[in-house]
Design a protein around this ligand. Structure first.
Ligand code: PGA
Length: 250
């Protein structure tokens, strides 16, 4: 047992409109009254953030964004800055594998986003993870070490950092990593932090993500280096997400 508070973060991705987002958030608030000992975060799409943050006001649910620009303002069409998010969110996901793959985000850009988020007082949730080819080639440890190290180079606000190990092959597939695989890689992530900032290695929360549900969350969170979960599909149903959080709190 560690004294790191577990984190359960829901990544809604490009799902829900404003009305259904408010409904989902309200459902989650209603079901989380008895859930303590777990830090709870929901990350709706940008357009719902303001209304969702109102809907969860006064509850123990935190709101996060799914992305942020590394730039403070200016000619960046379609981008959202940290100052636009401040006041509505406390966390922001950066470097999700979908953004790395579909939007070509590099670890250098991910790092710049993490630094910008922390500078604005937001907690970055920095994602890393290998795809199936890398895993099958036996290179997962090396890949994740390098990707995370590059994504954190120049970062110094360690107390704000959350890391999420999310193997690409487990995201949205219904096939989560085994708890042994997830533990091995969470320990690799912690090792990267130890190399960069020895004093932070114990306290930074490392999450696992990829097909987490209420049935597998306990076994995953039982692992010594796994401090929570980043949850996609299962975060879109208030009841399942609440069951999952309750299991994580036990
Ligand atoms: P999933 O997504 O839970 O639907 O696999 C996780 C994620 O992409 O963060």
């Amino acid at each position: 047992m560690t004294n790191r508070t577990p984190v359960i973060a829901g990544n809604w991705k490009m799902n829900t409109d404003v009305e259904s987002g408010i409904e989902l958030a309200t459902g989650i608030v209603g079901l989380s009254k008895d859930v303590s000992g777990v830090e709870k975060i929901i990350c709706p799409p940008f357009t719902s953030i303001e209304r969702v943050s109102v809907a969860v006001h006064g509850s123990t649910i935190h709101v996060g964004a799914q992305n942020v620009s590394a730039n403070s303002d200016g000619a960046f069409t379609g981008e959202i800055s940290t100052s636009m998010l401040k006041g509505f969110v406390s966390h922001v996901i950066v470097g999700h594998s979908e953004r790395r793959a579909m939007n070509g985000e590099t670890s250098e850009q991910v790092g710049a986003k993490a630094i910008a988020a922390a500078a604005a007082g937001l907690s970055p949730i920095v994602c890393t993870g290998e795809d199936l080819d890398v895993r099958n080639a036996g290179d997962a440890v090396q890949f994740v070490s390098e990707q995370l190290e590059q994504s954190l180079s120049g970062f110094s606000a360690w107390e704000s950092l959350i890391v999420a190990y999310e193997p690409v092959w487990a995201i949205g597939t219904g096939e989560a990593a085994t708890s042994d695989q997830a533990q091995e890689m969470a320990a690799v992530c912690r090792g990267v932090i130890r190399n960069l900032a020895p004093e932070a290695a114990y306290s930074v929360r490392v999450l696992y993500g990829g097909s987490v549900n209420s049935g597998n969350v306990v076994e995953l969170l039982d692992q010594p280096d796994i401090d929570g979960a980043l949850v996609g599909g299962a975060s879109l149903k208030a009841e399942e997400f609440s069951k999952l959080r309750a299991a994580a709190g036990e």
